[in-house]
Structures are given as C-alpha cells and as structure tokens.
Design a protein around this ligand. Structure first.
Ligand SMILES: NC(=O)c1ccc[n+]([C@@H]2O[C@H](COP(=O)([O-])OP(=O)(O)OC[C@H]3O[C@@H](n4cnc5c(N)ncnc54)[C@H](O)[C@@H]3O)[C@@H](O)[C@H]2O)c1
Length: 350
C-alpha cells in the first residue's frame, strides 16, 4: 500500500477546525479504497507562532516542508493581532514562491443542493488556471518623493517561460475535461503585456489543435461568467485576472466556505500546497459552525493530483448528497454544525 506523507498546517481561526474534519474524511476515503494511506504531520505555524517567536514559520520551515509529498493548509490570519501582510507574506506567499508553486487552480461548479445566487443557473463546471508567480503581482517597482510629488510605480512582469507554463497546463487540463480553453486578456487596453499574452496563447494553442480555443477581454469574461457560466471549461488567466475571476467563481457557487484551491508545483520537484479559498474567519472561529466543505473539497483536489480521481469523485458526490439532504452550516442557510456536516459526508462515503 502506498503511503503519502503530508505536511499539515492548520494555521489560525477556523483553519484549526476545518483541517481535522477534512483529515477524517480523507482517512475514511483512503481506508475504503485500500490502495493508499496518509501519514499526517502537523506543523503549528501561523499567527500564534508569530506572537510567540516573531516569525510565522521557523527559518528552516521551507526545508522541512520539502521532505513531504504534499502540503495541506487551512488558513492563516489573526487580523486584530498580526497585520495581514505579515501573515500572508511570512507563510503563504513564502511557501508558494519558494516551493515554485507556479500554477494556482480553482474549480467552480454548480453543486446539487446548493442554491447559487444566480437567478436561473445552468449546470456550470469550469476551472480557472491562474499564473501564480509573476504578472501584476511581481515585486517590481517602487515609490519616490513624498506629498504632492509622490510617485508609485508597479511593474507587471510576464516572462515567456511563466506564461507558456500556465497556458500549457491549461491546455493539458482541458484535454482531460471538455476540451476548451478560454484566455483572459485585455490587449485592447494594456499595451505590452497583454498583446504578448495573446501571442503566447496563439503559439501554444497551435500545439493543441484538438482543443477548442477562445480569447475574451477580462471585463467581458467577468460578465459572461455571470450570464452564461456553463459556456466555460478551462480559463487561463494572469495572476491578477485569475485572482478576481476565482472569487467570482466562488461567489456564483454559493459561499466562500465551499471553494477549494491548489497551488501546484507541476514538475513535482517540490510539494504542492492545497488550501481552501477562504480565510481564518475570526468572526465565527471556535463556535463549531464553520463550513468544512471548502477544506474537504481541497482534499479531493489533492487526491486528484495524486492520481486518485475516482476517490476524489466519490468525495464530491458525498458532499453533494449531504447538501441535497439539507445538512448545511449557517453560511449556507442551514443549522448544522461542522461536526454534523463532516459526519454526514463520512456516512455517505461509507
Ligand atoms: N488562504 C488564507 O489563509 C487566507 C485567505 C483569505 C483571508 N485570509 C485571512 O483570514 C483573515 C480573515 O479574512 P476575511 O474575513 O477577509 O476572509 P474570510 O474568508 O476569513 O471570511 C470572510 C467571511 O466569510 C465567512 N467564511 C469564510 N470561510 C467560511 C467557512 N468555511 N464557513 C463559514 N463561513 C466562512 C466568514 O465568517 C466571514 O464572514 C484575515 O487575516 C485574512 O488575511 C487568509
């Protein structure tokens, strides 16, 4: 039997509640399948660690993480005690960048039993592939002068290597799904980076003639995702555009508490990191009412990445059946606790 060694960073707030719930589901799924098992190692890093030590993770944290197959993260953030830029850059961004997790993947799907805020949604199921390391979020620029003379410059950096990598991943993913890639562009307004983005999309697209291809300006694309989300399969986007589109995807699914995400090192050189889209939700932390579905679905993405798509599909079915039976946490208008939702998903799996 194959054993996967997983580094677990529950983090702060509801991260400490939803991660153990998802681990229970994943362990049960592994037990039922019989081909593999997980060995979980918990790292107590995050804002409490920062308040004790002045660091979000130890200096050798990245080296420690490299020894594991994958990373399973909850959420970090205690905004009342630690500034968000400290918690974000000291842990999440550091891991994503130093472990070369260049691709961020976030699915959006109309789930059975979960009303979308869209009035009459058709059955949508799309995935946004976001370039995760450069683009508009590159650390390039500066500020000079002060007062009325102050100038801020932020450079967007698009490398051929990074852009091609994101596009190739999107095309490969589309081949395993409905065979269509849409590129999010803005070459009618952004004069250098986006025409370059379009050129690379066309060039890489020539290697994938069997895959349908389209290019939409980001503003039109955002509108289409509200009006006709069922028309999309895989969307490839720059760091900023992908960031915005994935929140839109989470919103039309029904709640931020269910949206999953993966930061992938597609070469397999270092571990990838699987984390839900939501944050540490300090407003509901410790009450036992956090929605565990985002974290559990994130676990399904980890199974998919490890090659157990069949097991992942079983977990997603169990989530949908649980929602369809009306077992929902308060963020989805239900009255169930985190424990009750987790137990129902495990029951259905079993
Ligand atoms: N990946 C991450 O670790 C991550 C992501 C986003 C925000 N954060 C951090 O989390 C902290 C809080 O940020 P925020 O309030 O902007 O975003 P948030 O996602 O934590 O919460 C936004 C709202 O959604 C609700 N919510 C979120 N997840 C939920 C769940 N699983 N079940 C039920 N309700 C849920 C919260 O109660 C809150 O009302 C900040 O410190 C922020 O920096 C971390």
């Amino acid at each position: 039997m194959k054993t996967y060694r997983i580094a677990v960073i529950p983090g702060d707030g509801i991260g400490k509640e939803v991660v153990p719930a998802a681990i229970k589901v994943l362990d049960q799924a592994a037990l039922l399948d019989g081909r593999f098992q997980f060995e979980w190692t918990i790292f107590p890093w995050g804002c409490e660690y920062y308040l004790e030590t002045g660091k979000m993770m130890p200096d050798n944290g990245i080296e420690l993480l490299k020894q594991y197959d994958q990373i399973f993260l909850g959420a970090v953030g205690m905004p009342n005690l630690v500034p968000d830029h400290v918690s974000l850059w000291g842990l999440l961004i550091k891991i994503r960048r130093e472990l070369q997790q260049f691709i961020n993947v976030r699915p959006a799907k109309l789930l059975q039993g979960l009303p979308s805020p869209l009035r009459q949604p058709n059955d949508f199921d799309f995935i946004v592939v976001r370039e995760n390391s450069e683009g508009e979020y590159a650390e390039s620029g500066g500020r000079i002068h002060s007062g009325q003379d102050e100038v801020a410059i932020q450079n967007a950096v698009f490398t051929r290597k990074g852009t091609e990598r994101a596009m190739r991943y999107a095309f490969e993913l589309a081949k395993t799904r409905n065979g269509h890639v849409t590129s999010a562009t803005k070459s009618n307004g952004i004069t250098y980076s986006m025409p370059f983005w379009d050129e690379v999309f066309t060039q890489v697209g020539k290697e994938y003639e069997e895959v349908g291809q389209a290019s939409n300006h980001i503003d039109t694309l955002a509108a289409f995702l509200v009006m006709k989300p069922e028309n999309f399969d895989v969307i490839v986007a720059s760091n900023l555009f992908g960031d915005i589109l994935t929140d839109l995807g989470g919103a039309i699914m029904g709640s931020i508490g269910i949206a999953p995400a993966a930061n992938l090192n597609i070469e397999g050189l270092y571990p990838s990191m699987f984390e839900p889209v939501h944050g540490s939700a300090p407003d509901i932390a410790g009450q036992g009412i956090a929605n565990p579905i985002g974290q559990i679905w994130t676990g399904k993405m980890m199974l998919d990445f490890l090659g157990y798509q069949d097991v992942g599909t079983r977990i997603l079915n169990a989530i949908e059946q649980t929602l369809a039976r009306g077992i929902k946490t308060p963020d989805l208008g239900g009255a169930a606790t985190l424990q009750e939702v987790t137990d129902a998903i495990i029951d259905y799996l079993t």
